[in-house]
Design a protein around this ligand. Structure first.
Ligand code: HEC
Ligand code: HEC
Ligand code: HEC
Length: 283
């Protein structure tokens, strides 16, 4: 019984402090800062080994290794993991000099001493203290680093506009796509069939061109199909058919639009948010 209680107690303490946000500390705010220059050495294209991230996994595993072995009453093994944690913690501090103040070697040494002492209460206290140093840095930097280094740069994506026949940035193309859609809606509410046809056809062509961007990043057809699949193609074909008919049924045109715009939202939920954060961090 005692051991089970200990493991749940120590793991909740560790999770709380190694974690990303401790609610009391961030007060509903999330500030994202551009990661320091020296971190870039440990991410593509400079390195494919993800050395910094890999140290994070080593430390996290070692933390848990200590905990598991104390529960097994194997203090020798626990000490080995604690040494591994300390060593990696010190090594990581050297990797990013701009972040040296986040590391507290005194707390790391205390943690090792606590494991050496084989005193459970001291280990809990020391791991809590050390864990806080992890959590502080995560709170300030983890999300920004994940987006900055692990999400592609959408500003590099170019689209050939099928109406103006020029190549442009995705952001600019999105404005043209939206303007076609807004024009379609404006003339729909004014019952101006001719203009509805003109802008509606532009919208269909631009909405189809969006699909060309997918393959610049995705290689698996299922991923592209998951957002811009058959339903999307069919809705666009249907809209085109309606617009090309001799007497355009404006109500039908109105009804088909949500079947297309649902795709805009789905794609934005997945891509737009990180794309915008990344662009902001790159400035
Ligand atoms: C790849 C999936 C994708 C699809 C599908 C898509 N978008 Fe976008 N959209 C983006 C991304 C990514 C951005 C951000 C581009 C940037 O800022 O560099 C964006 C930006 C925009 C913006 C500019 C928003 C802003 O505040 O800057 C508008 C407006 C927009 N999209 C409208 C649409 C509409 C309307 C549709 C559907 C007809 C659509 N998009 C379909 C990915 C998509
Ligand atoms: C100086 C800043 C800093 C300190 C101190 C720090 N970390 Fe991290 N940690 C990061 C950053 C930045 C990331 C995000 C890296 C990424 O996703 O590429 C991260 C990510 C992680 C992750 C998630 C890895 C993943 O695959 O998403 C774990 C687990 C982790 N750290 C454990 C720890 C532990 C345990 C400690 C303390 C012993 C610690 N970290 C101390 C900055 C720090
Ligand atoms: C600039 C690169 C880029 C472009 C362009 C892009 N994506 Fe993505 N997409 C990503 C990244 C990065 C993720 C996150 C998952 C990952 O890392 O693979 C993702 C995730 C997804 C996901 C959910 C996870 C998955 O892999 O199934 C879907 C579905 C998806 N994209 C579809 C699309 C479609 C459809 C388009 C074109 C309309 C598109 N993407 C355009 C980079 C891109």
């Amino acid at each position: 019984m005692k051991k089970i209680f200990f493991i749940s107690l120590i793991s909740s303490l560790l999770f709380a402090h190694e974690g990303h946000f401790s609610k009391d500390e961030n007060n509903g705010k999330l500030i994202l800062k551009k990661p320091p220059e020296s971190l870039k050495k440990y991410y593509p294209p400079h390195s494919e080994k993800f050395e910094f991230l890999s140290n994070m996994h080593t430390m996290s595993t070692a933390f848990y290794g200590v905990q598991l072995n104390i529960n097994d009453d194997n203090w020798e093994r626990a000490l080995e993991w604690a040494k591994k944690l300390l060593e990696t913690y010190k090594e990581t501090a050297k990797m990013v000099p701009e972040w040296k103040d986040y590391f507290d070697f005194q707390k790391a040494d205390n943690y090792l001493k606590a494991v050496e002492s084989r005193n459970v209460d001291m280990v809990i206290k020391a791991s809590q203290e050390l864990g806080k140093t992890c959590a502080k840095c995560h709170q300030d930097n983890e999300i920004a680093v994940k987006i900055y280094y692990r999400f592609p740069n959408f500003e590099k994506i170019k689209v050939e506009d099928p109406i103006e026949f020029t190549e442009m940035k995705l952001e600019e193309f999105m404005k043209k796509l939206t303007n076609s859609m807004k024009a379609l809606n404006v003339y729909l509410s004014q019952n101006n069939t001719e203009k509805v046809q003109e802008h509606g056809i532009n919208f269909v062509e631009r909405a189809r061109a969006v699909k060309e961007t997918c393959s610049k990043c995705h290689t698996r057809e299922q991923e592209i199909e998951a957002i811009t699949g058959k339903d999307y193609d069919q809705a666009l074909n249907k809209l085109e058919e309606l617009l090309n008919s001799d007497s355009v049924d404006l109500t039908e045109v109105k009804n088909i639009l949500p079947k297309i715009t649902v795709t805009c939202y789905t794609c934005h939920n997945v891509h737009l948010i990180p794309a915008k954060i990344k662009s902001a961090l790159m400035k």
